[in-house]
Design a protein around this ligand. Structure first.
Ligand code: SAH
Ligand code: SF4
Ligand code: F3S
Length: 517
């Protein structure tokens, strides 16, 4: 195993080195923005075979695809539109930005309206069954669209596509889909599109695993002032209810220097807040050639000038170190918010879930965090209805909610995911019992959150303006470091600016206030 791993590391080093030389030969000192990628795309020679190496191989296919899209657009006498829909978590959202980046480079104009699109891409989620049902529902709608507009291309990617049964169903019942790919090869979109245009049939490309991390592809960000940054991919935890390790593969950390470089680029591009993303950021860097802890990575990222706020997601309680607490407490850039999923409060259920901590260990960890940062907001994820869960077990979860005093908690009904250990457990809980426990828990969660929110009343805090208020255009919506939203009269301020606001009135889960400076 070790030998194999070293080989991969050596190979990665070789590729990184070669990439730098390749860029330098084309007048690029250090890979910067999309403009530099554009230079490399332009430099591709389509009369030759595509390069073997990534991402250059994709630059070649982007250029090739561009010619196809240009031709089609000339035939239609208008631009071609692409609609990229993200149906999953922050990690999927970041993938969608990369996919839209490629589509934009190819020449598609982004649109939010599926009806207007010539290319529709669904980036799917499969964490709970209702996510899958949503995809099938929308596919029916897309089939109708395609009948009206035969040149429309439909593509599906993301976590749900990593499931064999899903692929079988699409092949059988959704023949109109043009392209299906998974979570490991999103960087190949341009290459796959060329195949779609050239072949005409359904193209399916799913990889079971990968050790490849392809950097330096175009990205089209949703927000100008904030961005997600992947620090790792995959998950090794195998919580017994969860399908993510099966569809996202084994844990792989990105090189810290690549991460720092990416954040620098983002900051140079106007980003002031980043969210470091991984299924379990607390185990970041363990398997790197030179191991690095997540806390060490944070310290490096923190030094980047111009970066104002750092968030991260998600923290597994079993790996949250005292070193991390110390770094957070000593930082004025790391936000005062920690999402710390507990899932359940009963030790028996936690063990069956394979979470690898007890209720008391979790509570002790929360105590350490609160002691170091009394003003921190803690949020969590909760599951009700795990196999074998009784109403006494749910009471244990309620006890945790009360004792921690969560600022918010995402409460989910357990969903049976084929292939996970929990799906094979015999003692599945009847729906009516689950519903009862869920309602009881939800009430406590909401009451606790409302009570917690009150502690901020009258305080004056810094907010980052995120958007114009959806209901009232004279108001702006800002986010506090602790993740609370506040609405206030715009006073001439713009999205992406920091303001100091007074939190005047608490409305349960958000505040209204006014700008102080
Ligand atoms: N890696 C993150 C969460 C990923 S999934 C973590 O470990 O915290 C997001 C949330 O979905 C989980 O925290 C869990 O609460 C919920 N979830 C995962 N699988 C589920 C299932 N089978 N049924 C219901 N909820 C589930
Ligand atoms: Fe799923 Fe557990 Fe991994 Fe989170 S840590 S993605 S819940 S297996
Ligand atoms: Fe995220 Fe859903 Fe995949 S939660 S990792 S998009 S299964």
């Amino acid at each position: 195993m070790k030998g194999g791993y070293q080989k991969i590391v050596a190979f990665h080093f070789f590729l990184c080195y070669n990439r730098r030389v390749y860029y330098q030969e084309r007048g690029i000192e250090k890979m910067g923005h999309n403009d530099d990628i554009e230079k490399l795309i332009q430099s591709q020679d389509l009369t030759k075979q595509p390069p073997e190496q990534e991402p250059e191989r994709q630059y070649y296919f982007i250029k090739k695809c561009r010619e196809i899209v240009k031709k089609k657009s000339e035939e239609l006498g208008r631009p071609l539109y692409a609609c990229s829909v993200c149906m999953g978590c922050q990690m999927n959202a970041r993938d969608s930005e990369k996919l839209l980046g490629i589509l934009t480079q190819i020449g598609y104009v982004p649109t939010d309206r599926e009806e207007e699109a010539d290319f529709v891409l669904y980036n799917t989620c499969t964490v709970r069954d209702n996510a899958n049902q949503r995809v099938y529902g929308r596919l029916g709608f897309l089939n109708g669209l395609k009948k009206k507009k035969p040149h429309l291309k439909v593509a599906l990617c993301g976590c749900m596509m990593q499931e064999e049964s899903v692929i079988e169903k699409i092949q059988k019942s959704y023949r109109f889909v043009d392209l299906v790919f998974g979570t490991h090869n999103i960087f190949k979109l341009a290459q796959l599109l060329v195949t779609v245009f050239e072949s005409g049939g359904m193209v399916i490309d799913i990889w079971e695993e990968t050790d490849q991390i392809v950097e330096d592809l175009p990205v089209k960000r949703k927000y100008a002032y904030k961005s997600g940054v992947n620090i790792m991919f995959g998950c090794n935890n195998f919580c017994s209810y969860c399908i993510v390790p099966y569809v996202r593969g084994r844990e792989r950390s990105r090189d810290p220097e690549e991460i720092v470089q990416e954040v620098r680029k983002l900051v140079a591009d106007g980003v002031v807040e980043i969210m470091l993303l991984g299924q379990n950021v607390n185990s970041y860097g363990r398997n790197l050639d030179t191991p690095v802890t997540f806390a060490q990575l944070l310290k490096k990222v923190e030094q980047i000038e111009g970066l104002r706020r750092i968030r991260f997601m998600t923290s597994h309680p079993k790996d949250l170190s005292d070193e991390l607490i110390e770094v957070m407490a000593g930082s004025n850039k790391i936000c005062r918010h920690l999402h710390l999923p507990v899932q359940a409060g009963s030790d028996r259920i936690l063990q069956a879930m394979n979470r690898r901590y007890t209720k008391e260990q979790y509570l002790a960890l929360v105590d350490r965090i609160k002691k170091a940062m009394p003003d921190i907001s803690i949020t969590t994820d909760l599951i009700v209805g795990f196999p074998g869960e009784t109403s006494e077990d749910v009471d244990e979860t309620i006890d945790v909610v009360r004792r921690v005093g969560y600022d918010n908690a995402f409460t989910f009904i357990y969903s049976k995911r084929t292939g996970t250990p929990a799906a094979a457990m015999e003692n599945q809980v009847p729906e009516a019992v689950v519903k009862e426990g869920f309602d009881k828990l939800l009430k406590v969660v909401q009451d606790t959150a409302r009570e917690r929110a009150l502690r901020l009343k009258g305080q004056v805090m810094e907010a980052l303006i995120e958007e114009v208020n959806e209901q009232d255009a004279s108001l702006m919506t800002g986010r506090l470091s602790n993740n609370m939203l506040v609405h206030f009269p715009a006073d001439g301020r713009k999205i992406g600016q920091f303001v100091t606001v007074s939190l005047d009135a608490c409305h349960g889960f958000y505040y209204t206030g006014h700008i102080v400076s």
